[in-house]
Ligand binder design. Structure first.
Ligand code: ATP
Ligand code: ZN
Length: 301
């Protein structure tokens, strides 16, 4: 266990589930190395004042709300559910989404029995809806002036209609195969979700503010690098305006002279989006040659 007396940052990560591996991987790519405690519930940061608490994903917004943790990696679906239930209870929300994380994509959708005629959300009126996200569903119903009853389930929502406990469901979907396997059809999406980083307000950070800011900056760098490429090519000077237009998400490229050539230059640019074959073909048509696309390892703005 670390012995420093400085205040350590606590980050909540799902203990075991779909978000665990990606979340820990992001922290490692931000430079954190850690050892796992004997109880397996805390990973102690060895090179930064940062510890990782491994918990159930549903508890993560609450841990940040109560200032037990400073940051948390969790699905937007869980964040929204907690936020809306606090709002509904008239309580203050003490956490914010600081960044989206580009993994854990899924959607919260209504699923109705295959044989049910469904043309719009008005068809939900008067029905019983089974869900693990009652606050999000109630908020959706209120915003659309719909009257329906919400039945809270803590898991296995998709079997609620066949058990006679509900008429329709509202549940997380990624491929849609679970709904299909239970003879349900997905009819309406009410939330597009992905993993996000949440944190408490800036005023609560105190002496941890510097390290939190550093981590957030590194995280932005890591997320940008995931998509970024470094591209090098040769091009006739006259083609430069067209080539600059074609380079995806790049800022002003670097133009370098080529020994012994006045018509041809080398162009180097960081592209903040992936570079696909189609782009290279278009660049070639515009006059580019000797193209090289390299991965970017680290980036700091
Ligand atoms: P815990 O034991 O931590 O409560 P869990 O069973 O609630 O785990 P997982 O199934 O691991 O959680 O899902 C974690 C998150 O992954 C979800 O809240 C959601 O944001 C995201 N996710 C991505 N795709 C899916 C999917 N097809 N079904 C459910 N969740 C998904
Ligand atoms: Zn959960």
């Amino acid at each position: 266990m670390p012995t420093e007396t400085e205040e350590r940052i606590k980050i909540a990560v799902q203990k075991s589930g779909r978000l665990t591996e990606h979340s820990l991987d992001l922290l490692v790519r931000c430079g954190l190395s850690y050892s796992r405690g004997r109880d397996q519930l805390i990973c102690y940061g060895e090179n930064m004042p940062v510890d990782v608490l491994l918990v159930r994903d549903d508890d993560i917004p609450g841990l940040v709300q109560e200032q037990v943790c400073d940051l948390g990696f969790v699905g937007l679906n869980i964040v929204e559910e907690r936020r809306l239930s606090l709002v509904a209870a008239g309580e203050k929300v003490e956490f914010d989404v600081l960044s989206t994380l580009t993994f854990g994509h899924c959607r919260l959708s209504f699923g109705v029995p295959e044989e049910m005629q469904y043309s719009s959300s008005e068809d939900l009126a008067g029905l019983r809806i089974a869900t693990t996200y009652p606050a999000i569903v109630k908020d959706y119903l209120a915003r659309n002036s719909l009257n329906a009853s919400v039945v809270k389930f803590s898991g296995a929502v998709e079997i609620a209609p066949s058990l006679g406990k509900a008429d329709v469901i509202c549940d997380l979907v990624s491929s849609g195969s679970t709904m299909r396997a239970h003879h349900l059809k997905e009819v309406e999406t009410i939330l597009e979700s992905e993993a996000v980083l949440i944190g408490g307000s800036e005023e609560t950070r105190g002496s941890k503010a510097t390290w939190i800011a550093r981590l957030l900056q590194r995280l932005q760098g890591v997320l940008q690098v995931k998509e970024s490429k470094y591209i090098m090519l040769h091009a006739p000077r006259s083609a430069l305006p067209r080539i600059a237009e074609l380079l995806p998400g790049s800022e002003a490229p670097t133009i370098l002279p080529l020994e012994g050539r006045t018509d041809l230059v080398a162009v180097h640019a960081v592209c903040r989006e992936n570079v696909f074959w189609e782009t290279l073909e278009l660049l070639k048509e515009a006059g580019a040659s000797s193209m090289l696309v390299l991965p970017v390892e680290k980036m700091l703005a």
